[in-house]
Design a protein. Structure first.
Length: 217
């Protein structure tokens, strides 16, 4: 393997637990887990669809549209104030327990986020979590005005870090994101916390780990 000169992390589902919004969902449903799952799935679908249609809206707008769909799909009623509280939960998502120690252990090489999140959302999440001291770059797809797995998004990492993709390790817990990054040319680590099966997309991770603690240096 080519030596690793830097690390590029997905944010949502990799560093930040998107399902920590469950607590905010308890206000409007007795099954906040179903709400969170439906919301997340539709959020991803809307990014893929908007990328294919060439109709970019930032991730905040996509996330709100997905939430409103999920509420309708599950037959839930929410006031505008409750919708705002659910949306605001995305600005202070919990980190996974392995994140801080893993980022600290990788000190000495640049560490970056490359995420679908809008600049405002990422800034808020990084500030709320205290991860800013571990990160040299926080990169939003907003600069490319499309979403993963578009190659134009993955190109933002090497451009911002000044390091070829082949010398960067891209880290994601999302298997489809792993395939996209590997297809672009990164070395890739799949943080498969749930023991999910591999995607059949013709692009396999270089490393499969169960925790960020296992990342190679």
């Amino acid at each position: 393997m080519t030596p690793i000169r830097g690390y590029v992390f997905d944010a949502y589902g990799t560093l930040f637990d998107v399902h920590s919004v469950v607590e905010a969902g308890r206000e409007i449903t007795s099954d906040p887990v179903a709400l969170s799952a439906t919301w997340r799935q539709k959020q991803l679908e809307y990014t893929w669809l908007r990328a294919l249609m060439g109709r970019y809206e930032d991730f905040w707008a996509v996330t709100e549209a997905a939430l409103r769909y999920a509420l309708r799909r599950l037959g839930l009623t929410a006031s505008e104030a409750q919708v705002r509280r659910l949306m605001d939960a995305y600005l202070s998502l919990a980190c996974f327990p392995d994140v801080r120690a893993a980022l600290e252990r990788l000190e000495g090489r640049p560490r970056a986020i490359l995420s679908n999140g809008s600049p405002r959302m990422l800034e808020a999440a990084v500030r709320s979590s205290g991860l800013g001291r571990y990160l040299q770059h926080v990169i939003s797809v907003d600069a490319a005005r499309t979403y993963k797995p578009a190659p134009a998004v993955y190109a933002l990492g090497p451009k911002q870090l000044g390091i070829p993709a082949s010398e960067l390790l891209f880290v994601s817990s999302n298997a489809w994101d792993v395939a996209g990054a590997k297809s672009f040319g990164y070395q890739v680590a799949w943080c498969n916390r749930t023991g999910a099966p591999e995607e059949h997309l013709g692009a396999k991770a270089d490393y499969i780990i169960r925790s960020l603690d296992e990342l190679p240096r």
